[in-house]
Design a binder for this molecule. Structure first.
Ligand code: AMP
Length: 183
């Protein structure tokens, strides 16, 4: 099972990814987690990436594409993978398509978690992560609308999109995802 979890910041991608990997033997590829670790470790990549992350902007495509290329090529992804927070631009999506073709790890489904704007803001404000202050949240939601939302029709056009209402209890949302990916 090779999946993308697509959705706005605060839509619950990370939480649902954790639940799916606990259930199936999938590699969890979160570009946000990889980047936050690089920031913590103060690697050159982390120092560079943090300038964008702290402002709520996207880290350049070439950087994140390189990270995913490295991660997706590891042997554990052969049993299936979940991409969480990647792709976020059509350039990233095109690069991913070429990469999965090359590796023979084609995508099966793109799970799109739909959550309304007001709900997103209140969830993000409640989360308390370093990049979750009000101004950064506004930037991140705007970046999402401009750069990432076009991926909904991109994957719809490829017949891969499953729209999942992202509200309700965590269990309800997980059940909806399971019905969409197993059905
Ligand atoms: P996330 O945990 O997915 O919300 O990511 C946190 C931050 O990491 C984002 O606001 C971006 O600055 C950066 N980031 C994560 N994934 C990507 C991506 N696919 N492309 C560009 N920047 C990313």
């Amino acid at each position: 099972m090779n999946l993308i979890l697509l959705g706005a910041p605060g839509s619950g991608k990370g939480t649902q990814a954790e639940r799916l990997i606990a259930r199936f033997n999938l590699a969890h590829i979160s570009t946000g987690d990889i980047l936050r670790k690089a920031v913590r470790d103060q690697t050159p990549l982390g120092i560079e990436a943090n300038r964008y992350m702290a402002a709520g902007e996207l880290v350049p495509d070439s950087v994140v594409i390189g990270l995913v290329e490295e991660r997706l090529g590891l042997p554990d992804t052969a049993a299936g993978y979940i991409l969480d927070g990647f792709p976020r631009t059509t350039t990233q999506a095109d690069a991913l398509g070429a990469l999965t073709d090359r590796l023979g790890r084609a995508l099966h489904k793109v799970v799109y978690l739909e959550v309304g704007e007001e709900e997103l803001v209140s969830r993000l404000l409640g989360r308390g992560r370093a990049d979750d202050n009000e101004e950064t949240i506004r930037t991140r939601l705007q970046v999402y609308r401009l750069q990432t939302e076009p991926l909904i029709s991109y994957y719809e056009g490829k017949g891969l999109l499953a729209r999942i209402p992202g509200t309700g209890t965590m269990d309800e949302i997980t059940s909806r995802i399971l019905a969409a990916v197993e059905g």
